[in-house]
Design a protein around this ligand. Structure first.
Ligand SMILES: [Zn+2]
Length: 202
């Protein structure tokens, strides 16, 4: 799906609190509304995820979801003009297992809110790396509990040491990304957005 985006009214970028990569990406992309974060609701209106507008539009076009709120932008593709959603809702109820998030670089960065877990610097995804808290060379595994977002300077400083040996301290204990964590993040992202607010704060 490629297309031209026009702003219907107002500046882009009022969708997120600016704390996260998705929000930063949205603001930096000069109104490329296809990257704007969209809140995904279950058929029951329960918030279950955040995805990019591009993916949300695909779900709407496929008839899997419907638009609940629009973000004020249009997507012009071929001969159609579509309003870009801000909130979509799945048409069929989907059971969400409690720990359904796949272990991936993207999800680790999302869990850690693009914040280096050693020095608390917030960076774009491309400037962060993943650190094995217990180094791989010393038996550390690639798990939710042993991987954290890390800036390159901290990663170099830590090297093959345990945090304590390097005189470094984790901001908090890394945990698996569950629905509770997701909802917390969705709330932070939606705090400044009236269209998200009514689905997230009740
Ligand atoms: Zn750092």
């Amino acid at each position: 799906m490629s297309g031209r985006i026009e702003s219907e009214a107002g500046p882009p970028g009022r969708h997120a609190a600016g704390l996260f990569a998705a929000a930063a990406m949205h603001r930096d992309s000069n109104g490329n509304a296809l990257h704007a974060p969209v809140l995904v609701l279950n058929a029951s209106y329960e918030p279950i995820n955040v995805c990019a507008a591009r993916r949300a539009l695909v779900l709407v076009l496929k008839g899997v979801a419907m638009t609940e709120e629009e973000n004020g932008h249009f997507l012009h593709a071929a001969r159609i003009a579509m309003r870009v959603p801000s909130v979509i809702r799945l048409l069929e109820y989907r059971r969400i297992p409690h720990q359904s998030r796949a272990l991936s670089r993207k999800n680790i960065l999302l869990r850690d809110r693009n914040t280096c877990q050693y020095c608390a610097t917030v960076l774009p995804s491309g400037e962060l790396t993943l650190d094995h808290v217990i180094p791989r060379s010393r038996g550390g595994s690639s798990t939710w509990e042993n991987l954290v977002a890390c800036c390159h300077p901290c990663n170099r400083r830590k090297g093959n040491q345990f945090p304590l040996e390097a005189g470094m301290k984790l901001m908090r204990e890394p945990r698996a990304f569950n629905l509770h964590t997701s909802r917390h993040i969705m709330r932070l992202m939606g705090r400044s957005d009236d269209k998200w607010r009514k689905y997230l704060f009740y």
